[in-house]
Design a protein around this ligand. Structure first.
Ligand SMILES: [Zn+2]
Length: 566
């Protein structure tokens, strides 16, 4: 039995309605309990800001795509190097670090749970191997279905039950957590050198539209009672004028679940552009947030960009080709048979580029114009918009108008005319930030009842204690203290153990991987469906029996079983 007593903590725990109370937290065997014995280890939090462990609901840290980003950037491997120190392995890389680099830096910032944004089922083993080597965070993987042939066949037949059955079989085979749609239909079209430019256009050879894929998958997701909703990267990412596609997409989302959103729209900054060319691009954050503010069934995340060099990587192959044509930089393009694809290119976001400055402003506008912080979560689509180590700066910008004004003064011309950022007075508070970095994520991902995102009795004891005294720091003026404070926790506690202290990892980690085993009625089991088996053996280059990820790849798998539907 291990016991820990955290005393004098200034707790913000939005899911339990606690906002800045000084309290003690008792922990036994990794969970929060009412009280502990007098033999418990004691940490004095000294009235510092104490939050549930951070949760990143959309990041790219593991799998073939991320690893290819590492291959493509030997120059980055020379950056961010740290030597072996105590329990810490050597790390390297800045925007695509090694798995240990990712894990240590997230842990130093108080993050204890991560969702990998895009796992191709066929390549799932690699993702799980890297999860095992990301020791200080619990992991889960959104599973790509945007160009899945069996899904598109079922969608064309307007068969929600069959669609659900294919999803259930594939999630189990890949040990995946939820449904990810990246440029639905467009990634499949890209296999034929094409893309889709509207949600009612037809996918070549499949006679289904992105709108049909999205709405059928939403219904299948809810039929299966998956913990998370459909997680969507909309069509037309990164194109001037694309906000109309985004709004059209939001308009077809039904409100189907009283406990959480029905659609999670990711990196919406990249989908909120007005104008028609790069010369007249403008912010449509006001239009996007007006839609979000009236639709409780949608949650989005920011997709904030920050200035500097990074690597973009996405299953959206055609988008990366367009970006390559713009930058003429090195580029990788990858097809995953029958499922999806990907593209990777390095980029540098520059304050000298008016387009980049507008993108930077849009992410912040989205967060400041969304009324309910549970509907706009903080992330950068790491590493696409910026490496996650920039999160503290984003928090600083959201909490301080003065900081934003100082930054705006250093930007290329055009930001003031083509965005509303400079006119926004709103400054988020500590509670808003706690929602946007943990409570909101836990709710959106459906992991609150797995003990994540809050500090209630029975919750997993994932806790971040920051060296910030909220009673003496004024974030609007002293934003540098805020940024510094969120860069390194005093203590990060993972499942009841102090794993990092003042930025250093002090123990070997042992994470868990959450995956969903969705139950379907006997007559819908794909492993018994002769047509599914026939097409699988006909078109895949792997045998159906070799496809599922073996349990040995998940040494600490946590299976979440859903209720069977009728
Ligand atoms: Zn992403």
């Amino acid at each position: 039995m291990t016991e820990l007593w955290v005393k004098n903590a200034c707790v913000i725990d939005p899911l339990r309605g606690i906002n800045g109370e000084i309290m003690d937290i008792a922990i036994r065997d990794g969970r929060i309990v009412e009280s502990v014995s007098d033999r418990a280890d004691v940490i004095d939090a000294q009235r510092c800001l104490t939050l549930p462990g951070g949760i990143d609901s959309h990041t790219h840290v593991s799998g073939t795509k991320v690893n290819f980003g590492r291959y493509m950037s030997p120059e980055d491997m020379r950056a961010g190097r740290t030597k072996r120190k105590g329990k810490m392995h050597v790390t390297s890389g800045y925007y695509v670090p090694t798995t240990f680099g990712n894990s240590y830096r997230y842990s130093a910032m108080g993050y204890t749970t991560l969702l990998e944004g895009a796992m191709a089922p066929l390549e799932a083993r690699h993702t799980h191997e890297e999860f095992t080597a990301t020791p200080h965070q619990d992991m889960m993987a959104n599973t790509l279905f945007d160009g899945n042939w069996a899904v598109m066949d079922a969608v064309r037949e307007k068969d929600v039950r069959k669609t659900a059955a294919v999803v259930a079989w594939t999630l189990k085979a890949a040990r995946g957590y939820g449904i990810k749609l990246t440029n639905p239909g467009g990634t499949e079209a890209w296999g034929f050198g094409e893309d889709l430019t509207g949600i009612h256009e037809m996918v070549p050879h499949f006679a289904v539209s992105p709108a049909e894929i999205i709405t059928t998958m939403i219904r299948a997701n809810e039929l299966l009672k998956l913990p998370h909703s459909v997680h969507l990267h909309c069509n037309n990412l990164g194109k001037p004028g694309n906000y109309q596609t985004t709004l059209e997409t939001f308009d077809i989302v039904p409100d189907l679940n009283p406990d959480r959103q029905t659609l999670y729209a990711t990196h919406v900054q990249f989908h909120a552009y007005g104008g028609g060319t790069w010369k007249n691009i403008s912010s449509k954050a006001e239009e996007i947030t007006r839609s979000i503010n009236s639709k409780p069934q949608i949650v989005m995340d920011m997709g904030q960009i920050m200035f500097g060099r990074t690597m973009t990587m996405t299953a959206d192959g055609p988008m990366e080709f367009n970006l390559h044509c713009l930058h003429h930089n090195k580029w990788s393009n990858h097809d995953v048979e029958l499922e999806t694809g990907s593209g990777i290119i390095p980029v540098t976001y520059s304050k000298k580029s008016a387009v980049n400055c507008i993108m930077w402003a849009i992410g912040l506008e989205l967060a400041l114009l969304t009324k309910n912080p549970y509907q706009c979560l903080l992330e950068t689509d790491n590493p696409n918009g910026a490496p996650f180590v920039k999160y503290p700066e984003i928090i600083g910008l959201l909490m301080s108008k003065r900081y934003r004004d100082e930054e705006c003064a250093t930007l290329a011309n055009g930001v003031e005319q083509r965005t509303s950022l400079c006119a926004l007075e709103r400054e988020l508070d500590w509670h808003d930030i706690a929602v946007m970095t943990r409570a909101g994520q836990a709710k959106a991902l459906g992991i609150v009842n797995q003990g994540k995102g809050h500090l209630g009795i029975g919750a997993e004891a994932d806790i971040a204690i920051y060296p910030i005294r909220t009673d003496s720091v004024d974030p609007a003026r002293e934003y540098r203290k805020v940024v510094e404070g969120f860069q390194k926790t005093r203590y990060t506690i993972k499942r009841g153990r102090v794993v990092s202290r003042d930025g250093d990892i002090i123990v070997d980690g042992a994470n868990a991987t959450f995956w969903v085993d969705a139950m379907v009625p006997e007559d819908l089991k794909m492993e018994n469906d002769p047509e599914f088996i026939k097409r699988f053996e006909q078109f895949y280059t792997v045998r159906m029996s070799n496809y599922p990820v073996q349990d040995v790849y998940l040494p600490r798998g946590r299976r979440i079983e859903t209720e069977v539907f009728t």
